[in-house]
Design a protein around this ligand. Structure first.
Ligand SMILES: Nc1ncnc2c1ncn2[C@@H]1O[C@H](COP(=O)(O)OP(=O)(O)OP(=O)(O)O)[C@@H](O)[C@H]1O
Length: 244
């Protein structure tokens, strides 16, 4: 049987030679990776390896010391975070909080304001179809949702902003595995509809179950990469487990 290979879809996001420091402490030492159109990519690695820093830098939230970020063949390295969102990269970063004093529906509508179509209600039904558990509570305050449902709502806010690349930083964050499974399953569905996913996740087994391609981040460098099947059946999996 032939080994599964990485998709040959065109490259959507290309990060090259990324270097990031906090003050004098350099934590990212030249990271290169790609996400292709409609691909589900995961960055794995132990705590403190530099995964979140990489995401923050590519979203323009912290400065880069060196390196380039290209999206749809355009250099976006120097764009402001808001402009990066408008280009089509939407992030749901770790610790993202919904507005508990607003209803579920208003929280979702906030997600549309990043785009010219701000306040457009037509996209709500799609989110409610993807996540009926929040659709049923659309008129309730977000404070009445469980932690898992609030996280799902946060992901919904990302999806409703119409990304071409959706970045999810540890959507599992302390949640029950069933909620994580739910979020990653929806992420996989989004991929099938052409949206690319870039995920950071500590739950290795869950992440590899849904992702197409994996990069291992080790102390600010890419220590290995492969399709999820290659990773699962090769020596990289041991390094990932030993590291995490
Ligand atoms: N705001 C900050 N100021 C200084 N150092 C930081 C800051 N944020 C992260 N670091 C350091 O940068 C390194 C990379 O951290 P980062 O959060 O990117 O790792 P990670 O792989 O995402 O890990 P985790 O899963 O724990 O979030 C770590 O050594 C961390 O201590």
């Amino acid at each position: 049987m032939q080994e599964p290979k990485r998709t040959s879809s065109p490259v959507l996001l290309e990060v090259k030679g990324l270097e990031v420091a906090y003050g004098k402490a350099k934590v990212i030492h030249g990271i290169d990776f790609q996400v292709r159109q409609g691909e589900f990519v995961v960055l794995l690695g132990r705590n403190g390896a530099g995964k979140s820093t990489t995401l923050h830098a590519l979203c323009g939230l912290i400065p880069k010391q060196a390196g380039s970020v290209r999206f749809k063949d355009r250099d976006i390295s120097r764009l402001e975070p808001r402009a990066i969102v408008r280009e089509g990269i939407v992030n749901v970063l770790e610790g993202h909080r919904v507005f508990t004093g607003l209803t579920v529906e208003d929280n979702l509508l906030i997600g549309t304001y990043a785009k010219k179509s701000g306040g457009d209600k037509s996209k709500l039904e799609r989110i409610y179809d993807l996540f009926p558990e929040i659709g049923e509570r659309r008129h309730q305050l977000a404070s009445r949702l469980s932690g898992g449902q609030q996280q799902i709502l946060a992901v919904g806010q990302g999806i409703i902003a119409d990304p071409q690349l959706l970045i999810l930083d540890e959507p599992s964050g302390g949640l029950a595995p069933i909620v994580v499974d739910r979020i990653l399953k929806v992420a996989k569905e989004l991929c099938r509809s052409g949206i690319a996913i870039l995920l950071v996740e500590q739950l290795v087994r869950e992440a590899l179950k849904f992702a197409d391609y994996c990069y291992l981040v080790e102390t600010g460098r890419i220590g290995g990469q492969g399709t999820s099947d290659e990773v699962r059946s090769g020596e990289l999996i041991q390094r990932i487990y030993l590291g995490s």
